[in-house]
Design a protein. Structure first.
Length: 269
């Protein structure tokens, strides 16, 4: 069974509110690869570990039918409760046991989730459900994040990273896959025709509230909060206060540029 880190309804609600969809550069990287491999237009895309559906909704613009799967019932409920197009459906199931017929899927994706899977079993399922010529796109954003706002970008990024470094002390050991740029996940992909791209940079539109909310939505923060609720809450409150003071603004809704680096593993069966 996959590692389950996003189970509670409260956590799922925070995740839905603050997690961002795949950025434009990541989207274009994936779409360009699928076009190169003639994997689009196609009938069916499956988004594994879909959470509350941020990546699933992106896929719906390019496929006739999209299925999002996740092991968390709370996450799937959030996805179903969110506005979406009629070609999307959701299933609760482990990444290692997809209730799909053999050779039925054109494209299999996973956005910032594959590091939680049992890789051998998941890759076996990818091999089983993909059609010949079908493609996989497995991506994650890394911990290399920065903020930009006027002349205080460097100071703002330092404040963010100080907070983020405290939170990351509570990371599950599976975060090693992210820290290693999905190298092991790339090596586990059972297709000879594959590549790994580690330098995809995206600017995500955010507010101060959104940046703090993103940190709250992370699994390490939720672990921190379970261990020491007061310290965890105080950390985010103090970080938000420092950010606003540095920017010289009062509103949590003040826009900032949130820059992330993506890693993407691509392969064709």
């Amino acid at each position: 069974m996959a590692t389950q880190m996003f189970e509670g309804s409260r956590h799922a609600a925070v995740y839905q509110k603050y997690r961002f969809a795949p950025g434009k550069e990541l989207q274009q990287t994936i779409l360009s690869y699928l076009q190169e491999k003639k994997a689009i237009p196609a009938e069916l895309a499956v988004d594994v570990g879909c959470g509350s559906g941020q990546g699933t909704r992106f896929l719906a613009e390019h496929f006739k039918k999209v299925v999002g799967t996740d092991i968390s019932e709370a996450q799937i409920q959030e996805a179903r409760d969110s506005p979406c197009t009629p070609n999307i459906s959701y299933l609760v199931c482990p990444a290692e046991e997809l209730p799909l017929p053999d050779r039925s899927v054109d494209v299999l994706t996973s956005f910032t989730a594959a590091h939680w899977f049992r890789l051998g079993q998941f890759m076996g399922e990818a091999q089983r459900v993909l059609k010949p010529g079908g493609c996989v796109a497995i991506s994650t954003y890394t911990v290399d994040m920065s903020l930009r706002y006027g002349r205080c970008s460097q100071q703002l990024t330092s404040i963010f990273r100080e907070c983020w470094d405290v939170i990351l002390k509570y990371s599950h050991d599976r975060i090693k896959h992210v820290l290693e740029d999905y190298k092991e996940i790339f090596e586990a992909l059972p297709f000879p025709d594959k590549k790994r791209i580690t330098d995809i940079y995206d600017q995500i539109p955010m507010t101060v509230e959104g940046v703090v909310g993103y940190m709250e939505s992370s699994s390490p923060y939720q672990t921190f909060k379970k261990n020491d609720p007061q310290a965890a809450t105080s950390l985010l409150q103090e970080t938000e206060k420092r950010m606003l003071e540095t920017m010289g603004v009062c509103s949590r809704e003040t826009p900032v540029e949130f820059w992330v680096r993506h890693v993407c593993v691509l392969g064709c069966k």
